[in-house]
Design a protein around this ligand. Structure first.
Ligand code: AMP
Ligand code: MG
Length: 419
């Protein structure tokens, strides 16, 4: 079974007329409005389903538990017992998990029963082994004991026909337990979103190569390719592209054929060598998003042959922040997993900072001793700070005067799906 969603419209990144600096939330709301799933579906075995996005609701084929059973090792009989001493004759045989007792347990008698065993006919209550004395012929114990004690009802966890996992869910190991327990051996999942990653810049060389004067190693591509894999996407490595319009044009053509989304880094602003923004503008489907965000600008969003392009800033710090804040939720929608707003936590600041109004800021941060500490420099060329950090502190759009101990919003990298 394959499901092919409709193509995205060419103007899906169009910004309202006359808008200059777009607040982060408005930009996110726009993406959320305009994007939708672009991937087809396939049926896979449970063993293949981890991390995949459910393309339809998963429905229990069988109840859990399927039959009433015992939650403990002990002795089973019918009905409650009042306070005081009780003695019951034991019948021959036993009920164990996977080896049910076929006969009927007569009223007023008991049977040996082991955890997970289906309750035999005539048993609705179980006394815990540790609370019983026995000589093999009879059991003795003290009440009170409620009817149904130490047993599990059929379907008390899940009933056959219940939706166990909703469409759009990203399958976890626990989901595999639930699906398996309720009789499913396969799940219908979306094909992974294919994300092409392109680095642009004449100055870039490949790690391992000799780097000459003025050259730097490509830091964005290894980061973005790895990040796409952590997001559960299929990363398509398009390599490094020189600052040459025609080379970039054919790289974008190629990427649009091979991927559902294109992530470029570098060349997204309005300079002479900023060919990503120029090409997208020429294609008539370019929007330069002047987002009120630090670090972040410029972010170029456009469509290339019907394929969305996120033109990330070249700066690795800005490239990562833009990917986590903008590209990830947008790509989550395209992957069929819905819009994933990262979960942040209000924690005491371990720093002081004065911030001007007008743009949202993300600081490289980590939690130590119950406080958020921030990297010593806000310089966006400081790649070491990305690696030092374990998350981002998000400062609101307005002005802020933060003193140590004031609450700030900390978003762990893990909340962005980054390990
Ligand atoms: P750009 O956006 O192309 O003007 O690049 C902004 C800054 O980021 C420049 O200093 C670039 O050299 C640097 N840069 C661009 N791409 C990369 C990359 N893939 N790895 C490391 N630095 C980069
Ligand atoms: Mg460049």
């Amino acid at each position: 079974m394959t499901l092919t969603p409709p193509p995205l419209s060419n103007d899906c990144f169009a910004l309202p007329q006359g808008v200059d600096w777009t607040p982060v939330d408005d930009a996110l709301a726009l993406l959320r409005d305009r994007l939708g799933p672009v991937t087809g579906a396939e049926r896979v075995a449970l063993a293949e389903a981890l991390g995949r996005v459910l393309a339809e609701d998963a429905v229990a084929l069988r109840s859990n538990p399927p039959q009433p059973n015992t939650a403990v090792d002990g002795y089973g009989f019918a009905g409650e017992r009042a306070e005081g001493a009780h003695m019951l004759p034991l019948i021959a045989g036993r009920a164990a998990a996977g080896v049910p007792f076929d006969g009927v347990v007569p009223e007023g008698q008991a049977i040996r029963i082991l955890t997970g065993a289906a309750l035999p006919e005539g048993v609705d209550t179980v006394i815990l082994e540790e609370d019983v004395r026995t000589d093999g012929e009879q059991i003795a114990f003290n009440g009170p004991l409620k009817q149904g004690a130490n047993t599990r009802k059929a379907g008390e966890d899940v009933a056959a026909g219940d939706v166990i996992l909703p469409m759009g869910r990203v399958v976890t190991p626990a989901d595999l337990a639930l699906a398996s327990a309720t009789g499913l051996s396969q799940l219908v999942v979306r094909k992974p979103l294919r994300v092409a990653v392109v680095s642009t810049g004449d100055e870039l060389v490949e790690p391992g190569q000799q780097a000459g004067l003025g050259q730097i190693y490509d830091a964005n591509r290894p980061m973005l390719l790895a990040l796409m894999r952590q997001f559960g996407f299929e990363a398509v490595d398009m390599g490094r592209i020189a600052d040459d319009r025609e080379t970039l044009r054919s790289a974008l053509d190629d990427a649009a054929l091979r991927a559902d989304v294109i992530l470029t880094s570098g060349g997204a602003s309005a300079g002479d060598e900023d060919h990503v923004s120029t090409l997208l503008r020429d294609a008539g489907a370019m929007q330069e998003w002047r987002i009120a965000l630090k670090p972040g600008r410029p972010l170029a969003l456009g469509m290339w042959d019907g394929t969305p392009v996120f033109g990330l800033p070249g700066n690795p710090v800005a490239a990562l922040v833009c990917t986590l804040v903008f590209a990830r939720p947008a790509m989550g929608l395209m992957a069929g997993a819905g819009w994933a707003a990262p979960q942040g936590f209000d924690v005491p600041a371990g720093f002081a900072k004065r911030k001007k109004p007008g743009r949202r800021e993300y600081l490289r941060a980590r939690m130590r001793d119950g406080q958020a500490e921030v990297f010593k420099s806000e310089g966006s060329g400081r790649i070491s700070g990305l690696s030092w950090a374990e998350g981002l502190v998000e400062l609101p759009d307005g002005a802020a005067e933060i003193a140590p101990g004031d609450p700030v919003r900390f978003i762990p990298y893990a909340s962005f799906g980054m390990g």
